[in-house]
Design a protein around this ligand. Structure first.
Ligand SMILES: [Cu+2]
Length: 696
């Protein structure tokens, strides 16, 4: 929605607002200057996840809707590589109705508008429920004719593991760098008890920008006595329920006559029709566009059916029913045409909803409905707002004649519950969920590592060892005499030096090199050549070469310092003595007549062992890594390169060992310390990695 003012939020939250403070506040240095604070003061949640991505939002409990999340913004772990600070994703997210009709046809509930998820229905988040931080919620409501004012820990905020996010081994067998990332997500949840059912509202915000919106149902299935009536939660019709026990005795008295019979009862099947209201705010766009993508096959291709997708911009409010307005592959996204990622693609979020809609009830038949934001349209059906009372989504669409530019999605998450024996008290939680997935919100995934950043679009090779994104220097730049490159440099005032670029390997097709000359560590000149001056005499003269390419990280390598020998003397070199050297006494040996046949080289496989002095360190602390490379039980020769957070250091093995002291990265998260062995004439190349955790 547009122009969501502080006033409106405060007014809406007046009866139930959050008093808890900031959760896991970012350090002041991380709070980028461009991020103005969220307009919800002390109900803000700001959470930096383990890999460095961060979410922030406002959270509160509404008396009817329960958990409401607003001003939801994401900051990628890659930081300014994608964009600076936080970017808005959603203006508001909440449940807008929960409709529960029973298949027996005897009853239908609207759990939100008839009961609500706030007030007395809100449950306390104790440590047995919430393993993170439980935020206090101040409530004020009338219960059994009296005013209740209470503060309960009603919102749970925690970081949950998500399991494996990426895994990529570059070659099939024997080496290549392994990428393996474990993800986490911020989970914000609350629990409300509506009669027998207890619902957990749980929204997770993962470190890749995805939002999962879930409603879990636990507590108990609707109870009842065994009955031979069709109008009971445990009725007698096997077509509208499921038997949860053996037969029961049912006694009825009719006209003073009591009869007892054994009947089989069936727990009534029912729907949980949940509708969520998603108010998009992609990069706070004034104009946001809804696109529907449909897929159809025009026929067979050479080897597989051709499937064609068509995107349609929806110009006005609409409601969409499967097999009527869309097909089973269809999906929708909301994009901000004026917010582009680094590749020039419009930023958007896609709705992923694989649930079943209830085709039998008009309000619950559409998979999704889009309307322009209108403040009175709060609930999906039986609207309680006096501005448009009793209305529902179909009325909202009918009354919306404006161009669709400020979209609200009403996402229908249906679940048909056929009870089973295992659902008996207490019932294990069953979930109905949909996802909001970033689509081109980022040019690459928001946790991309430096060694993969260069792979954007078509690429020919993925190998961090032989073709790394960050150019790797394998032979240092060398200073030589411009006049005679082969001769040893004899430094003198006026002598022109020149520098090689050194040898590099890179995923870039062509690298550009820049040379900077240093006197005692201070930059004095740029360019490939340098003329020595008086000031340079006996100083430490080095050259640094930077290797760069568009779209690739830059790396720098430094030459050895110029060697200052003894100044040449004017004295002539001693004359050769007149005495002849003794003649060789033996005749030259005869040359071999045939060249030796080259033996095929069978290279052995190296064994790499890597040990960190500390596997968990504080940011910026010094740490040591010890590398041992053996082959066939013997120390290997050659070089190893050690990469930490994109910084590469190359060392020569001494007796098969190399040790490096390095500074741990500043950002707290898990890092891979990668070690690549370049191989030798007898040993194959290889690589491995160990995990380094940087923690405050
Ligand atoms: Cu159920």
């Amino acid at each position: 929605m547009r122009m969501k003012t502080l006033t409106r939020i405060v007014a809406a939250g007046a009866t139930a607002f959050l008093t808890a403070g900031l959760v896991s506040a970012l350090p002041p240095s991380a709070a980028a200057a461009e991020d103005s604070p969220l307009a919800c003061a002390d109900s803000a949640i700001t959470k930096e996840l383990e890999n460095g991505s961060a979410w922030r939002m406002c959270a509160r409990i509404h008396p009817i809707k329960g958990l409401i999340l607003e001003q939801i913004e994401f900051k990628p772990a890659t930081g300014e590589y994608e964009y600076a600070g936080y970017k808005r994703v959603l203006d508001q997210l909440n449940i807008a109705q929960l409709n529960v009709p029973y298949d027996t046809g005897h009853v239908q509930y609207n759990d939100i508008t008839s009961y609500g998820f706030g007030k007395q229905y809100l449950m306390t988040q104790g440590p047995e429920v919430c393993s993170g931080e439980a935020l206090d919620v101040d409530q004020s409501f009338t219960y059994s004719g009296r005013l209740v004012e209470r503060t309960v820990p009603g919102i749970c905020v925690q970081e949950d593991p998500m399991g494996l996010v990426t895994h990529a081994q570059e070659t099939q067998i024997g080496g290549g760098t392994l990428y393996a990332d474990q993800g986490t997500a911020l989970a914000v949840s609350s629990i409300s008890k509506i009669s027998w059912y207890e619902y957990q509202q749980r929204v997770t915000f993962d470190d890749h920008g995805q939002i999962d919106v879930g409603l879990g149902a636990t507590g108990d299935i609707a109870p009842g006595w065994a009955s031979d009536s069709g109008n009971a939660f445990f009725g007698n019709n096997p077509k509208t329920g499921w038997p949860l026990s053996g037969k029961s005795s049912v006694t009825t008295t009719t006209g003073g006559e009591t009869t007892t019979k054994e009947i089989q009862s069936y727990a009534g099947s029912h729907w949980h029709n949940a509708m969520f209201k998603v108010d998009f705010g992609i990069d706070k766009g004034e104009k946001q566009t809804v696109e529907q993508w449909d897929f159809a096959s025009p026929g067979a291709g050479t080897r597989a059916p051709i499937v064609e997708g068509t995107g349609t911009v929806k110009s006005s409010a609409f409601t969409s029913i499967e097999n009527d307005d869309h097909d089973e592959l269809s999906w929708w996204r909301v994009l901000n045409p004026n917010s582009k990622n680094k590749d020039g693609h419009a930023r958007s979020y896609e709705i992923v909803n694989n649930n079943t809609s209830n085709a039998l009830i008009p309000d619950w038949a559409p998979s999704v409905t889009f309307t322009n934001y209108r403040s009175c349209e709060e609930y999906a059906s039986d609207n309680l707002n006096a501005g448009c009372p009793g209305k529902g989504i179909l009325d909202y669409v009918a009354g919306d004649t404006h161009e669709l530019t400020d979209p609200v999605a009403w996402v229908n998450v249906g679940f048909h519950h056929t009870d089973k024996d295992e659902d008996q008290s207490p019932m294990p939680i069953h979930w109905q969920k949909f996802q909001l997935v970033p689509r081109d919100f980022f040019a690459q995934k928001p946790t991309i590592t430096d060694s993969r950043k260069c792979i954007n679009g078509p690429f020919s090779s993925v190998n961090a060892v032989t073709k790394p994104c960050t150019p790797e220097n394998t032979v240092k730049p060398k200073i030589s005499d411009k006049a005679d490159g082969a001769a040893a440099v004899v430094p003198a005032v006026g002598k022109v030096l020149t520098s090689s670029t050194g040898t590099w390997r890179s995923a870039a097709q062509r690298l550009t090199y820049a040379h900077t000359w240093f006197r005692n560590g201070e930059a004095v000149s740029t360019g490939q050549d340098y003329t020595l001056t008086e000031a340079d005499m006996n100083a430490s003269i080095t050259v640094k070469v930077s290797a760069s390419a568009t779209g690739f990280p830059t790396n720098v390598a430094e030459s050895d310092a110029l060697v200052w020998g003894t100044p040449p003397t004017t004295e002539p070199t001693p004359e050769p003595t007149t005495e002849p050297t003794t003649a060789p006494t033996t005749a030259p040996t005869t040359r071999p007549t045939t060249a030796p046949t080259p033996r095929p080289v069978v290279k052995s496989t190296p064994k790499l062992s890597v040990r960190l002095a500390a596997t968990t360190v504080k940011p910026g602390r010094t740490n040591k890594v010890a590398v041992t490379v053996t082959a066939g039980g013997k120390p290997a020769t050659g070089r190893v390169s050690i990469t930490v957070d994109g910084k590469v250091r190359t060392l020569t093995l001494v007796k098969g060992k190399a040790n490096l002291t390095f500074t741990a990265p500043k950002k707290p998260k898990g890092y891979a310390v990668r070690v690549s062995y370049s191989g030798s004439s007898t040993v194959k190349a290889g690589s491995t990695w160990v995990r380094l955790t940087v923690k405050k």
